[in-house]
Design a binder for this molecule. Structure first.
Ligand SMILES: [Zn+2]
Length: 205
């Protein structure tokens, strides 16, 4: 007598449970393709870590990143595409330290006050800054630290491009200035305000 009801209940539980157990990813807020244009030396290890770090930071907002190069980009029609140019040596510490500490790690181009989907990273400045916060065993993992630092700087510029705004935050990746420790420390995320700002921007589109 009770079996059919029990069976129904079990079926309902399974039906509710299946989508969760199947691990279906939520629909991304946006799919952004980042064209990486290296003008100087770069290493696969550093580039991989840079992509991983930027993906992790933007992933908190629901924005999904994929990466390509100029050659691939020219033969495809990408709807949401941004171009990130990397100046200087993105692979290793500059042979002679640069002492011009002023100036940004990276810039996002604007015209008539409009933020364009083009950014430029000064690799040697980022790497020199990251290097100043590394010591001991860190040096054996330099590629990882340089990649992490470049990924955080790239994520910062991507938020400017995606929100089409030059706004900065009081904490996290989107602060106006990032210290060497910010670039290399274990975790640096976007502030809650920045996550909300980016999500609101996409929801309003
Ligand atoms: Zn900025």
């Amino acid at each position: 007598m009770y079996m059919p009801r029990r069976h129904t209940l079990i079926s309902l539980i399974l039906a509710l449970y299946v989508p969760v157990s199947a691990g279906m990813p939520p629909t991304p807020l946006a799919d952004i393709t980042v064209v990486l244009d290296f003008k100087g030396a770069n290493s696969p290890g550093t580039t991989r870590e840079m992509q991983r770090e930027a993906t992790l930071i933007l992933g908190a907002t629901g924005v999904h990143l994929s990466f390509t190069n100029r050659t691939e980009a020219s033969s495809h029609d990408f709807s949401d595409l941004v171009v990130m140019t990397f100046r200087g040596n993105c692979k290793s510490e500059p042979p002679a330290p640069r002492y011009d500490e002023s100036g940004p790690y990276a810039v996002t181009w604007t015209t008539d006050g409009r933020v364009l989907p083009f950014g430029e990273v000064d690799c040697e400045k980022v790497i020199q800054s990251a290097r100043s916060a590394m010591w001991g065993g860190d040096l054996a993992r330099a590629e990882m630290f340089y990649g992490r630092a470049l990924g955080r700087v790239m994520a910062h510029e991507l938020v400017h491009m995606l929100t089409k705004s030059g706004n900065h935050a009081r904490s996290g990746v989107q602060r106006w200035a990032l210290s060497p420790r910010d670039l290399t420390g274990t975790v640096l995320t976007l502030s809650k305000d920045d996550v909300n700002r980016l999500q609101a921007f996409y929801h309003a589109r």
